[in-house]
Each structure stands twice: as structure tokens, then as C-alpha cells.
Design a protein around this ligand. Structure first.
Ligand code: OOG
Ligand code: MG
Length: 254
């Protein structure tokens, strides 16, 4: 089947820009076509002046796969417009049906691409941080297939990065606690992310290389949610604490 990938990319970009949900894609895309749509829809953002700042991994934990019913790792692209400035409340109106999830972020000091081992991956890491990802599927009812979600930039919407910390030391089993309005809502461990979030970075380097791309020095890489995501409502205050690394927080405007 021949689909007009530019048309699908425009449909998804408009849905994100106007925070207006659309039906799941009627086109049966291949996974390659879905990543082409993602690249095309991001190109529209770059053309409007947004700048690429890195990438995010998705479905790197069992909790996330089970919550969404999707069982393959995916990735998406991050832009500067998605970064939430510290202390600035998020406007709920920017999103369709936002959810927040607890993550770990890596900051790279050297490029990475292709098949690498965890030692090589960590040697390219300048810093690690606790991070909150705000995901917002552009599909009605937050329901999608694997190719739908890939085309939709893997639900990327916003991110909050906590204080950057020295990456030395074991990242494989750090306690992670997500609180909303002072009440514990999700708790887990960085081990939920592929056994160790560094394996998510290893996978990121391999997956971008499959598309002829690379991770660059200065890139942020989000390792993926360690637990299921929680719906965001106006007025909420969300805080993630990660053992040893510190915390990241956000508030949603009333
Ligand atoms: C897709 C994005 C998955 C993660 O951390 O696993 C993701 C979604 O759940 O809508 O960001
Ligand atoms: Mg995520």
C-alpha cells in the first residue's frame, strides 16, 4: 500500500500543536514508515524553529508495556520546546490528556551509535539526572498500536530534568518514588528499566543507528518510565525522588 507519509505527519503535527486528539491511523504502516512519519512530523517542528535536544526511549520497563499493551522498545525525539523550565507551572491546555512518569536522564559528552557495550555507553555520559516525562498521546483515549505510537513521536510531550549528577557509581538499583500532592503514587527502582538504565542507553544507540542516525555530544537521552504513568490534572504538584540522585518536580497550573 502506498500512503502519503507527509499527510500523516501533518495530521499528527497539527494534533500535537492544537492539543486535539485524532483517531488511530487508518493506514496500516510498517515500522519503517512509522519512523519516517515521526521524522517528517519533527521536521515540521524544526522548520518552525524548534531545536533537537536528544531522544527518549519507550517501553523499557514491564510496567509500561503492561499499562499500554505494547511490547517492543520504541524511541522518539525531544526538542527544546518540550523542556519545562524549573518552577514554571505547566499549562494543562497545551496537552490532550497528559500523563507523567518517573525516569532517569543521561547527558552525553560524546557521540554514540551502533552496537556498543554498557562500559562504552557510560564512558560517553557526562551526567545523570532524575527526570519526569510528560507523555501525551495524540490518539483518542490514549489508545494506539506500535506503529501508531511511533508515528506520534512515541507520545513525547514535555520533560523536566532534575539536577545533573556525576554518573559514576552503580545505577542499577536506585529507589524511585513518584509523589503527587504529597501522596506516594508509584514507587519502583531503576532496575525496572531493562535491569539497569544504562541498557536503555545501549539500546538507544543501536536503534538510532538502524535509522542511519547517531546520538551526539550534548544530547539528553531519557531511559523510559520505571513505573506506569499517572494522569496529570490542573493544580497537581508532582515530585520524583531518586535515591542518590535527588529530585525533579513540576506543577500544573490551576
Ligand atoms: C508511549 C511512550 C512510552 C516510556 O517511558 O515507556 C514511554 C506511551 O506510553 O504513550 O515514554
Ligand atoms: Mg517515557
Amino acid at each position: 500500500m502506498n500512503h502519503d507519509l507527509d499527510v500523516i505527519a501533518a495530521r499528527l503535527d497539527d494534533a500535537a500543536r492544537m492539543a486535539q486528539a485524532i483517531p488511530q491511523l487508518p493506514e496500516a504502516l510498517t515500522i519503517d514508515e512509522a519512523y519516517d512519519v515521526q521524522a517528517k512530523s519533527l521536521q515540521r517542528r524544526y522548520d518552525r524553529g524548534e531545536r533537537r535536544i536528544g531522544m527518549k526511549m519507550g517501553f523499557t520497563s514491564r510496567a509500561k508495556m503492561i499499562q499500554m499493551g505494547v511490547h517492543d522498545m520504541i524511541w522518539g525525539r525531544l526538542t527544546d520546546r518540550m523542556l519545562v523550565e524549573a518552577g514554571v507551572p505547566l499549562s494543562r491546555a497545551r496537552f490532550v490528556h497528559p500523563r507523567v512518569e518517573p525516569e532517569i536522564a543521561f547527558l552525553l559528552k560524546a557521540p554514540l551509535s551502533g552496537r556498543i557495550d554498557p562500559m562504552t555507553a557510560m564512558a560517553a555520559v557526562a551526567a545523570v539526572a532524575p527526570a519526569l516525562e510528560i507523555i501525551d498521546s495524540r490518539y483518542q483515549n490514549f489508545k494506539f498500536s506500535l506503529t501508531d505510537v511511533v508515528a506520534d513521536n512515541s507520545s513525547s510531550a514535555s520533560l523536566v530534568i532534575g539536577p545533573w549528577a556525576d554518573p559514576k557509581g552503580d545505577l542499577s538499583n536506585l529507589g524511585m518514588l513518584l509523589e503527587i500532592d504529597g501522596v506516594a503514587r508509584q514507587c519502583g527502582s531503576s532496575a525496572a528499566i531493562l535491569g539497569n538504565p544504562v541498557f536503555s542507553l545501549v539500546a538507544a544507540a543501536r536503534l538510532v543507528a538502524e535509522r542511519g542516525e547517531r546520538l551526539s555530544a550534548g544530547d539528553i537521552v531519557m531511559a523510559g518510565g520505571a513505573t506506569a504513568a499517572e494522569a496529570l490534572q490542573p493544580g497537581m504538584y508532582v515530585k520524583l525522588s531518586v535515591e542518590r540522585l535527588g529530585s525533579a518536580s513540576l506543577s500544573v497550573a490551576e
